[in-house]
Write a protein that binds this ligand. Structure first.
Ligand code: PAF
Length: 300
């Protein structure tokens, strides 16, 4: 199938409106391009659950604190279109900040602060602490896409667990769409697929593998009965310290009762979350420890 590609968001909006007018359901997968098998998994799931699927490809400047990170974010639109076609996507679109927020930019081209959306309580700590303003940027662009495209369902990866929680909360406040969180797709090494992996050299890749090793190890400990967040976190740090990584956090949360601090007591539900830098590449990953026992950050 040849997918429709629109560079002008107005055409994407018209296309989505035509889908709605025919009484069809629309699945939406927001991306920043540099697509990989993880994104294809989201698109495939969306095609199974909806009549039509659309994907946004937009490297959103609102969610990047470090301008170097924004500049070096990988971009390969030709390969993206090919991957989307293979996955069964019907339409892909891109645009500029000015086109997505007409009349809402300042003279320098930045979004006027009054149009930034509140990312809500799940933005507290971890990514919220290490990337100030990041979730405001995510919530603002995702909220805008929800507003203009009106999808039936929107698909996000479990890999960005905290983002999935922020977006699900946002969608509830906006009365739609349904947010579907999809299982993290992993390389055979165990490493989660990520657009940033393409920037890892061999040493960075070797170091990065300690992240999934720490998560799988924490899950094994959980299965053995360990319920103390401090112990699980200590274990993850001990694994991460074996790799050449700069660890930002390796922490445990109850995904249904998000808290700024790591909870104290024994948990019945838990997700382990890690952010670490391998050289200048920042990697994040997480794993549900209490599989099948929580709905908040559920892998679907
Ligand atoms: O996860 C991402 O790629 C981005 O944060 C998203 C959801 C596309 C918003 O820009």
């Amino acid at each position: 199938m040849i997918i429709q590609c629109f560079e002008n968001p107005e055409h994407a909006i018209d296309w989505c409106q035509a889908v709605a007018d025919q009484g069809l359901t629309l699945g939406f997968v927001p991306t920043m391009g540099a697509l990989h098998e993880g994104h294809q998994t989201l698109v495939r799931q969306a095609t199974l659950e909806n009549d039509r699927v659309c994907v946004s490809i937009f490297v959103n400047p609102l969610q990047f604190g470090e301008s170097k990170d924004l500049e070096t974010y990988p971009r390969d639109f030709e390969s993206d279109a090919k991957m989307l076609e293979q996955a069964g996507c019907h339409m892909a679109f891109t645009g500029t900040l000015a086109e997505f927020f007409p009349g809402r930019l300042d003279p320098e081209g930045g979004l006027l602060p009054e149009y930034l959306l509140d990312p809500g309580p799940f933005a507290e700590s971890l990514e919220g602490e290490f990337r100030p303003g990041h979730f405001e940027g995510v919530a603002t662009i995702v909220g805008r896409f929800f507003e203009i495209l009106k999808p039936t369902r929107a698909y996000f990866g479990q890999k960005d667990c905290q983002q999935a929680l922020v977006v699900r909360d946002l969608a509830q406040r906006m009365h739609g769409p349904e947010v579907v969180v999809c299982t993290t797709h992993r390389e055979t090494s165990g490493m989660a697929f990520s657009s940033r992996n393409t920037r890892l050299d061999e040493a960075g890749r070797r170091a990065g593998m300690f992240i999934s090793r720490a998560l799988f190890g924490a899950r094994a400990l959980w299965f053995q009965g360990e319920r103390n967040p401090a112990e699980l976190s200590r274990f993850m740090h001990s694994v991460l310290n074996q790799g050449d990584l700069r660890v930002e956090y390796a922490s445990i949360r109850d995904p249904e009762q998000w808290s700024g601090e790591q909870p104290d007591g024994p948990l019945t539900r838990a997700v382990a979350l890690i952010a670490a830098r391998a050289g200048d590449v920042r990697l994040i990953d997480n794993m549900l420890l209490s599989v099948g026992n929580d709905a908040a950050c559920k892998e679907g």
